[in-house]
Ligand binder design. Structure first.
Ligand code: F6R
Ligand code: MG
Ligand code: MG
Length: 369
């Protein structure tokens, strides 16, 4: 059976600052997708969750990627949620709905989207990742390590079905006139892939395909709110879908690189550097509006029906990782605004600093002239 998985996420308001959506808001989004989507036969199944202040709607359906009705369903669900957020006085109500009217596709309108269409395998396990207080480049390193490095993906050496490696499609997210992409093959072009993926703010993995079968393995949301709105509207908080097992890395191989807690862009005011903490689903944001967090739900989909999720980071092992990541976060925060603790000038998400720098610039003088 040909099936499409679509995950569309947005921040439409949260309790007590940018912490987490209210139960009422989540309930409204769930009800809306149930009534307008599942009950009417538009979608096969769905699952609504939150990671930090973002709500993600995961949907299975038969309509292909970029379908206007599916996107409209999510957009309208977030609109309905925004009404609850406003009525409850939640902070940042409707924050990520950047345009007034829906125009056929939520891409470029604020919400993040990751979608993939494929022929369902007899058993079809996949992972749904959602990250908050960071941007899409946060997945670059974990994807490189899971799909191209035998230090994390033992299947690259042990499984004949992965021996041909994977094709990485990488997007230049600074280019805003259209989708500027490059396709590079692992393992032959590993050094080129690494040379691009080191720059998380500019080059972002958009998708990965098996080179043996051509099947899609990964889809990442690549939108940059920074570029859409031209002003600060929150970091981009990316979602990602990853098919696992068989011709793809095993679930544990995809999870493995997340044990590093690598430093990513985001954290407080979207302007800092912090380690990415793997958290349980429905975790709130806390310390210094962070730390940047990532959740992972594992599902199987069968004839379009989703199983209940298994929470991949809900295990004693990840408690240990969370402790280590907390230490990394505190270590970085000890140096406050200095050097590597903050993002470069071009990535700062608050425009106020531009005015400040202008004023200070006028006060500079060259001694003796
Ligand atoms: C980062 C984020 C928060 C806010 C911060 C200030 O993505 O959402 O760190 O930037 O809480 O929020 P505002 O500007 O809404 O007062
Ligand atoms: Mg927010
Ligand atoms: Mg968010």
């Amino acid at each position: 059976m040909r099936i499409t998985l679509s995950v569309i996420k947005a921040d439409v308001g949260s309790i007590g600052g940018h912490i987490k959506p209210s139960e009422g808001l989540l309930r409204r989004v769930r009800e809306f997708v149930q009534e307008e989507g599942k009950a009417k036969g538009l979608i096969e199944d769905f699952y609504v969750s939150h990671t930090g202040d973002d709500i993600a709607i995961l949907m299975s359906h038969k309509r292909g990627t970029g379908d206007a009705d599916i996107h409209k369903l999510a957009w309208d669900a977030f609109k309905a949620g925004t009404e609850v957020a406003k009525a409850q006085g939640l902070y940042g109500a409707g924050q990520d709905l950047l345009k007034d009217a829906f125009a056929g596709n939520v891409k470029g309108m604020g919400p993040a989207v990751a979608e993939m269409e494929f022929d369902e395998r007899p058993n079809e396990p996949f992972l749904f990742f959602a990250a908050d207080k960071t941007d899409p480049g946060a997945y670059n390193l974990p994807l490189y390590l899971a799909f191209a490095d035998p230090m994390h993906c033992s299947g690259l050496t042990l499984s004949p079905s992965m021996a041909d490696g994977f094709k990485f499609t990488i997007m230049d997210v600074e280019y805003t006139e259209g989708d500027r992409i490059i396709e590079l093959n692992a393992p032959e072009e590993l050094y080129d892939i690494a040379a691009l993926l080191r720059d998380n703010e500019r080059f972002v993995v958009e998708s990965i395909h098996s080179r043996r079968t051509g099947e899609i393995a990964v889809a990442v949301s690549t939108s940059r709110l920074h570029n859409i709105a031209g002003r600060y509207t929150g970091k981009d908080d990316p979602v990602m879908l990853v098919r696992v097992q068989g011709d793809f890395p095993a679930t544990g191989e995809v999870l493995s690189p997340f044990s590093i807690g690598h430093y990513v862009a985001g954290f407080m005011r979207g302007s800092h550097t912090g380690p990415l903490m793997p958290v349980k689903i429905n975790s709130p944001v806390s310390y210094f509006d962070g730390p940047p967090l990532v959740s992972c739900l594992a599902f199987c989909v069968h004839e379009g029906k989703l199983t209940e999720p298994a929470d991949a980071f809900d295990h004693p092992f990840w408690d240990y990782v969370r402790m280590r990541v907390s230490e990394k976060a505190m270590e970085m925060r000890r140096q406050g605004f200095s050097g590597a603790a903050m993002l470069p000038y071009s990535e700062l998400e608050y425009g106020g600093i531009v005015q400040k720098m202008k004023k200070l610039d006028e006060r500079f003088r060259v001694r003796g002239s």
